[in-house]
Design a binder for this molecule. Structure first.
Ligand code: SF4
Length: 256
């Protein structure tokens, strides 16, 4: 498999080398190195604390990286407010990608608007409509997909590399905070006075859609508040796992 950018053709061997190179750099250096490779680089932010660290680096260093967010229509009001505050603080545009209304209507007709509580299948279908379809649009034409994944977020993410092929989306996924722990993140946010979601201070280390996120108790894993009613310890929304395992029972508007 090869990823072509205007100035590079990157093979699996090159991605392994890229991973090693990124490991030797600091956050700004990692982002600048990827931006200099020449292909379109897209950072998708959930406005969580890790993602705010990356957005701050992109904005502060004026890096040519697109910043996008998936506006699912079910976000916390605090998250929506933070989008605007972050744009103003760093003088950047955060591009919003929305679900298709036809898809939402079809979902509601089949499962009910909040049907995601009833089964894993229904939950995956909602995440497909509100997140995965908009994500595909956000990543159209991208060679690099930058994320805020960290190894310490969950067991499912414990082996997160700095660079990896994403065959499903035909791009290279870059995780520049893979080796940062939450203490480093908090210290950096404090020293750089980076704006963060006020929900973090109310027990929400990981923030997704409002109906699917609760505060965690002391000692619980960081992502324990996400889809808390499900038993699977490795539950994810499908953004960072193979979509084949998350087959949607609903055709998306773009597929109809
Ligand atoms: S997190 Fe919840 S509301 Fe948001 S897309 Fe997934 S199932 Fe739907």
């Amino acid at each position: 498999m090869t990823i072509n950018t205007p100035s590079h053709s990157l093979s699996i061997h090159d991605v392994a080398s890229l991973d090693e190179t990124l490991a030797s750099l600091d956050l700004a250096g990692r982002l600048a190195f990827v931006a200099a490779l020449g292909g379109r680089a897209v950072f998708t932010t959930s406005l969580g604390i890790e993602d705010q660290v990356i957005t701050a680096a992109i904005g502060t260093h004026r890096l040519p990286i697109d910043v996008s967010t998936l506006e699912t229509g079910r976000l916390f009001a605090e998250t929506v407010t933070l989008i605007g505050e972050t744009e103003e603080r760093y003088d950047i545009t955060i591009k919003r990608f929305y679900p298709e209304q036809d898809d939402i209507d079809a979902y509601a007709a089949k499962y009910g608007l909040n049907g995601f509580y009833d089964s894993v299948e229904a939950r995956h279908a909602c995440c497909h409509v509100r997140k995965l379809v908009p994500l595909a649009k956000a990543l159209e034409g991208a060679s690099f997909w930058i994320t805020g994944l960290r190894r310490g977020q969950s067991g499912n993410r414990a082996t997160t590399p700095f660079a990896e092929f994403n065959a499903e989306r035909n791009l290279i996924k870059i995780n520049p905070l893979a080796d940062w722990d939450i203490a480093m993140i908090k210290a950096h946010v404090s020293s750089e006075t980076i704006p963060i979601n006020p929900l973090h201070a109310r027990g929400y280390p990981s923030i997704g859609c409002e109906p699917c996120t609760r505060a965690i108790k002391p000692g619980e894993p960081e992502r324990a508040g996400r889809w808390w009613w499900e038993n699977d310890e490795k539950r994810e929304c499908g953004l960072h796992v193979a979509e084949a395992a998350q087959a949607s029972p609903l055709p998306s508007a773009s597929q109809r």
